[in-house]
Design a protein. Structure first.
Length: 325
């Protein structure tokens, strides 16, 4: 039986389980006797849990287990200080082909082709010739588009799936379209361009294999800077691109996390920037709630455990309905 993490939390103490999981963290520790044991954090697309290989065989090579490995484990459910911490009986590295990769990383529930068509239609609706040329320089580039369509928008909190960046981008665009219709003083073309480009640095911030990880570049620079750098480089190739328009667009991207403590080097100081920041927060927060509910509860109703980022448990008593793909 290949159990999911969310179902593991439902088992009683002492219950036996088995399954394939990705190693998120591993370290070799020693008992007071000097004998080694393994402490791991294991995961699948529904969550994570810590585990101990408390009594490995004397001849076991504990150094072969690395972060990112898929392993098959068997064990029993145990709790330590109120938190799940199973004891493993067996752990071995899994071979390619013996597990389903979709257990570890999901895909957007929505059609990539349909979503990308909507994005291209939105680009076509931009009337400012400089902004339209800028957007076309990215989204008529097959190499960039291939990366963009596969990229996630997050590692764990929101849109953490293949195609998540496209889904999140369209979500932000749709919210911004509504805001632009309501507030006539907003430059709609600037806001929509910023919405489409605000997270493009994530194509280089994240790497996708069995799980989603952050690249060295992503950790050292972050997607706000990388997005600005990518946009600035494309603008430099567009003859006559207005300097003030460039400044306003880059400000929207730099400030779209809204607050310094959320990673923004600048706070929003224009109508378009503040609209983008709130649109980004709304789409990411609601999606974050939705994904956490689905990971924790599956198709059931009730309360999740406390969300590590949002710092609250989440209540859900409805049904997921994504419509036709």
């Amino acid at each position: 039986m290949d159990i999911l993490v969310r179902d593991l939390y439902k088992l009683p103490v002492g219950a036996e389980f088995s399954g394939y999981f990705v190693i998120e963290h591993v370290e070799i520790r020693k008992h007071r006797t000097g004998d080694p044991f393994l402490r791991l954090v294991l995961s699948d697309r529904t969550g994570t849990f810590p585990a101990l290989w408390w009594k490995p065989p004397k001849d076991a090579d504990l150094g072969i287990f690395k972060k990112g490995d898929v392993v098959f484990v068997t064990g029993t459910v145990e709790y330590f200080q109120g938190s799940l911490q199973p004891k493993l009986k067996e752990i071995r590295k899994a071979d390619q082909g013996e597990f389903n990769p979709e257990k570890f990383i999901c895909r957007s529930r929505y059609s990539v082709d349909d979503q990308f068509t909507v994005l291209l239609e939105t680009i076509e609706s931009v009337e400012n010739p400089y902004l339209k040329t800028l957007l076309e320089s990215f989204f008529y580039d097959d190499s960039f588009v291939d990366k963009f369509l596969k990229a996630p928008a997050g590692k764990t909190i929101h849109h953490a799936c293949i195609g998540g960046l496209l889904e999140h981008t369209l979500g932000v665009v749709e919210i911004c379209e509504t805001v632009a219709r309501r507030f006539k003083t907003i430059d709609r073309d600037l806001l929509i361009t910023a919405a489409i480009l605000h997270d493009i640095g994530k194509v280089y911030e994240y790497a996708v294999d069995i799980s989603i990880s952050r690249t060295d570049e992503g950790i050292l620079l972050g997607h706000l800077y990388m997005s600005c750098e990518m946009v600035a480089m494309k603008i430099s190739e567009i003859k006559g691109f207005p300097r003030d328009l460039k400044t306003k667009l880059l400000h929207c991207i730099l400030s779209h996390h809204g607050e310094y403590e959320h990673g923004s080097p600048k706070k929003p100081k224009t109508l378009e920037a503040v609209a983008l920041a709130y649109a980004d927060a709304l789409d990411s927060r609601v999606k974050g709630f939705e994904e956490f509910i689905e990971r924790e509860l599956g198709s059931e109703k009730g309360w999740t455990k406390r969300h590590f980022a949002f710092e609250v448990p989440i209540f859900f008593d409805g049904n997921f309905n994504y419509g036709e793909e």
